[in-house]
Write a protein that binds this ligand. Structure first.
Ligand code: HEC
Length: 178
């Protein structure tokens, strides 16, 4: 008995005692009725920010992992879409380029209308002021035609630079050709 008491004075025994006391308290809490927790009591800081349309959620799951849910990909080799991508739409060539990039043309979004909707979200919403004011939304038929010709090759970035250069020149000379 004395030996047991001595052991209990040891620090390790004190730790066991604290743990046991904690366990007892936890058990007591389980049986205590808790007031109901109200969900969504805090309004969105930006109205509608937590509500995604079907097209937006398709974008988030198929494109957002690389391009960012708001079209900002940060310091990566993935191009920023936000307030930038729309310049390509100033020429028919650039407009086609946007659908021919591998991430779009070979997307697992197989339905052409859904992909057209996503591209129109990318251009009109994410592209912002970079998109020419007379931009005509992509149609399913157009997407269907261009995705059959995916861009590829080792000189991809050079091709992109030339397409962009011609598009920016066209943007500067008035309303877009798209
Ligand atoms: C695996 C990552 C990845 C995914 C997923 C992806 N992309 Fe991309 N995207 C890229 C990269 C990288 C480029 C640059 C071109 C290249 O190297 O293919 C690009 C280029 C683009 C461009 C041309 C922009 C420019 O400035 O040249 C557009 C538009 C685009 N992507 C849209 C989309 C859309 C829409 C989706 C979803 C359907 C998508 N991407 C899915 C990585 C991705």
């Amino acid at each position: 008995m004395r030996a047991a008491l001595l052991r209990c004075l040891l620090p390790a025994c004190a730790v066991v005692g604290v743990l046991l006391a904690g366990a007892v308290r936890t058990h007591a809490a389980v049986g205590t009725p808790q007031p109901p927790v109200a969900l969504h009591t805090v309004p969105d800081a930006v109205a509608g920010a937590t509500t995604l349309s079907h097209t937006q959620s398709v974008y988030v799951s198929h494109c957002g992992g690389c391009h960012g849910i708001e079209g900002i990909s940060g310091p990566t080799f993935v191009p920023t879409l936000r307030n930038s991508v729309g310049s390509f739409a100033c020429t028919p060539e650039g407009r086609a380029y946007l659908v021919r990039v591998p991430g779009v043309s070979m997307s697992l979004i197989r339905d052409d209308q859904t992909l057209a909707d996503v591209m129109n979200f990318v251009l009109i919403t994410l592209g912002g002021s970079s998109t020419p004011p007379d931009f005509k939304p992509y149609t399913a038929a157009e997407v269907h035609a261009w995705r059959a010709h995916p861009l590829s090759g080792p000189d991809f970035m050079a091709t992109r630079a030339h397409v962009l250069e011609r598009a920016l020149a066209a943007c500067a000379h008035g309303p877009g050709a798209g």
